[in-house]
Ligand binder design. Structure first.
Ligand code: MRU
Length: 390
């Protein structure tokens, strides 16, 4: 797997703005043109792309300090990038898995062209390898299923399968971009108020998708309509996706934001400062339970206690209607080193025992609405999600 360093692609740095700053003093007219340019700059965040036999992805482990791109040429390299979280976020994992399978087909073709059974056996192994990388996000097995529908077709020769898989991988990417835009517009219709202050957790942005984002897609669309929007960003322990990634995305677009530690959310809610919560999802079950980054459940409880709407934004490829509720969603447990320190720094005593579940499940009763690319689902979700599925 190679790595290249590329220039930063546009995007004005927003700088910090304190909550107490006079938002009134902003000249809205003067900001309009800037805002348009900043909104357009989201297209310049190149999370993951297919380039004729290479999957190029920004290495999210190194953001925001360095903008480095990985060039994956085998499905094993893609699997490694997923496992180590160079690429992350449920929809981006789906895109990566699809592209990984397209690489697997290319690699299997020379030997498998005249031996379809061997060709399929190699794709089966790649699919299993990619499936085993991370267990919680539903978009990953969803994308593998999409690819499996192609490579199991007996009427297609290996060459045709390979072309069809590449095409489907690119479609999954393009569909995700379109889905995020739709989610953004549906979500923006829900965010009322003259000066909304949205709390978000983790990173459900352009970096977690093919582009634009789900929760951040809603935030971007709200901002396009109302520049008075302000965002509070949970830092999101232990891997700091909020502090490193969401803060990077929002500041480069000039969207007013402040970073808080996870345990400050309740304080800002109880003071009446937060008007809505918008988060992403890794898996949504038939009854509307939502698996998302660890800490999301706590935020939902605080939102309920404080009477604040709690919105979940996700494409329909995150909805797993085969699971009746969240109790059986596989929850990834990650390395102790993510909790005992960060990078080279260690702050916990040697040998300390650690728990590190990467996700939790927010019960449907805490979710005000689920914003999908097909429209907004309201409780009872069993019914509304079934209706949207069509
Ligand atoms: O462990 P991560 O960084 O992959 O977790 C990501 C999240 O929990 C996101 O909120 C979720 O995948 C939605 S991304 C649009």
């Amino acid at each position: 797997m190679g790595a290249t360093r590329e220039p930063s692609y546009g995007g004005a740095a927003g700088g910090e703005r304190g909550m107490g700053d006079p938002l009134e003093s902003i000249s809205l007219e003067a900001q309009d043109a800037d805002r348009e340019a900043q909104i357009a700059s989201v297209g310049s965040i190149r999370t993951i792309e297919w380039h004729d036999g290479e999957v190029i992805m920004i290495d999210q482990r190194r953001l925001p300090l360095e903008e480095v791109y990985l060039h994956c040429r085998t499905w094993e390299e893609v699997a490694d990038a997923i496992r180590t979280m160079a690429v992350r976020g449920a929809p981006a994992l789906g895109v990566a898995a699809g592209m990984g399978m397209a690489l697997a087909a290319r690699a299997a073709l020379p030997a498998g062209a005249g031996a379809p059974a061997q060709f399929r056996a190699e794709l089966q192994a790649a699919s299993k390898g990619l499936f085993e990388t991370r267990p919680t996000a539903y978009n990953l097995p969803w994308a593998l299923k999409e690819m499996e529908r192609i490579w199991t077709r007996e009427d297609l020769a290996p060459g045709e399968v390979t072309r069809a898989m590449e095409q489907r991988a690119v479609e999954i990417y393009e569909d995700d971009l379109a889905s995020c835009r739709a989610i953004g517009e549906y979500g923006a219709d829900l965010i009322s108020g003259e000066s909304p202050v949205i709390l978000t957790h983790c990173n459900a942005g352009a970096l977690a998708t093919a582009g634009y984002g789900t929760a951040l897609g809603v935030i971007r669309s709200v901002y396009a309509r109302n520049p008075r929007l302000h965002v509070l960003v949970d830092e999101t322990r232990p891997l700091l996706q909020g502090a490193r990634l969401t803060a990077w995305e929002l500041t480069r677009e000039g969207i007013s934001m402040e970073l808080i530690t996870d345990n400050m959310a309740g304080y800002f809610m109880s003071r009446g400062i937060i008007t809505q919560v918008v988060v992403g999802a890794d898996r949504i079950t038939a009854n509307g339970d939502v698996a998302n980054k660890i800490g999301t459940y706590s935020v939902s409880v605080l939102a309920r206690e404080n009477g604040i709407p709690f919105y979940v934004a996700a494409p329909f490829s995150t909805v797993d209607r085969s699971l009746p509720d969240g109790s059986t969603i596989p929850i990834e447990e990650r390395a102790a080193s993510e909790v005992t320190g960060f990078d080279d720094m260690r702050w916990a005593p040697l040998g300390v025992r650690v728990r590190n579940p990467a996700f939790d499940v927010t019960p449907a009763r805490n979710v005000t609405a689920i914003i999908t690319d097909r429209g907004v689902a309201f409780p009872p979700y069993e019914e509304s999600l079934r209706r949207l599925e069509g």
